[in-house]
Design a protein around this ligand. Structure first.
Ligand SMILES: NC(=O)c1ccc[n+]([C@@H]2O[C@H](COP(=O)([O-])OP(=O)(O)OC[C@H]3O[C@@H](n4cnc5c(N)ncnc54)[C@H](OP(=O)(O)O)[C@@H]3O)[C@@H](O)[C@H]2O)c1
Length: 296
């Protein structure tokens, strides 16, 4: 006799760095996972009978597959979530967790037009989720992570490591003493599992920072150490850094870089996660870079 059917859950942005850790955690927790992204990036032989992939562009909400799921975890850009809410509600999906970013605060006063637009999109998306979600009587939660890493797929720590591996040094602007709290993608995946069924997290937003606060300089030193390399910094004046980044931005795949990224090396980007610890036991690891893929 077949056992009871597994509860279903939908994950949008499933190929993101957080999705990489979240999907197996959901399967282990007994869910049948419906993973959505435009391009599936699964490795051959990695098929899991409990994970069903749907290649869908969610900027067309009508293309969302009708799945009789208990919840949706949204790892794609946050502004794609509000237009999905009425459809989810019509599918009787009432629990939603979405990922925004602490950039909402840290880039709020940026001089860069692209960053200002990004902040505006996060602000509008959060307001829309609060408004529409509440009107539809949905149990929404917004997570705002700080700098996300896993040392393999991320665009932060792994990029610094690749630079160090290639050139043997790392450029710093001034003393680079701005504080950072890198958060591991697997801790964010764990946060989803812990908060999913916790009513105390409904209709709230949480900042999710890492378990250690360290200066940008110390963070890069830790990356040198973990790679077994001697620490070699090159101190570069602000004007030269700005010009270099403007040139790099002209290269293919580097358009997202901004001079403001370098200028922030001396700015504290710290966010308290004690609300998340109190409400659902969020307990992120300290910053310990590890260069092996944990699933290989
Ligand atoms: N990385 C960080 O340091 C950081 C920091 C703070 C917050 N966050 C937030 O955490 C979440 C995950 O971050 P990430 O860096 O891993 O993001 P990412 O690599 O940009 O991944 C985004 C995901 O969304 C999917 N996606 C994007 N547009 C889509 C569309 N129109 N239809 C369907 N799927 C779409 C992408 O898959 P396809 O391209 O295959 O469609 C991918 O799976 C995001 O919400 C991000 O804002 C990240």
């Amino acid at each position: 006799m077949p056992g009871p059917a597994s509860p279903k859950i939908v994950v949008t942005g499933a190929t993101s760095i957080i999705g990489y850790f979240l999907l197996p955690r959901l399967v282990n927790a007994g869910y049948e996972v419906h993973a959505i992204s435009r391009n599936r990036r699964e490795k051959p032989g990695e098929t899991d009978k409990k994970v069903f992939w749907h290649p869908v562009d969610i900027s067309h909400p009508d293309q969302l597959p009708r799945i009789n799921a208990q919840a949706l975890i949204h790892l794609a850009p946050l502004w794609l979530l509000p237009p999905l809410l009425p459809i989810l509600s019509s599918f009787q999906i009432k629990r939603v967790i979405g990922f925004g970013s602490t950039s909402l605060f840290s880039k709020a006063k940026s001089a860069n037009d692209g960053e200002k637009q990004l902040v505006a999109r996060f602000v509008t998306a959060e307001e829309d989720i609060m408004c529409r979600g509440s009107a539809l009587k949905m149990n929404w939660t917004i997570f705002r992570p700080t700098l996300v890493y896993d040392c393999v797929h991320d665009k932060n720590i792994a990029v610094i490591a690749r630079f160090i591996q290639r050139y043997g040094f790392f450029p710093l602007l001034g003393k680079a003493l701005g504080l950072r709290q890198p958060v591991h993608a697997d801790d964010l995946a764990g946060a989803c599992i812990m908060a999913l069924d916790q009513p105390i997290t409904f209709c709230k937003a949480y900042n999710l920072s890492g378990g250690e606060t360290l200066s940008y300089r110390r963070m890069v030193e830790r990356i040198f150490n973990s790679l077994g390399k001697s620490v070699r910094f090159l101190s570069i004046p602000a004007w030269l850094f700005r010009s270099a980044i403007r040139v790099i931005m002209l290269m293919p795949g580097k358009r997202n870089m901004t001079p403001e990224m370098a200028l922030r090396m001396n700015v504290d980007l710290c966010f308290d996660h004690t609300d998340a610890t109190r409400d659902f036991g969020f307990s992120p690891r300290p910053f310990l870079p590890c260069w092996e893929d944990p699933k290989e």
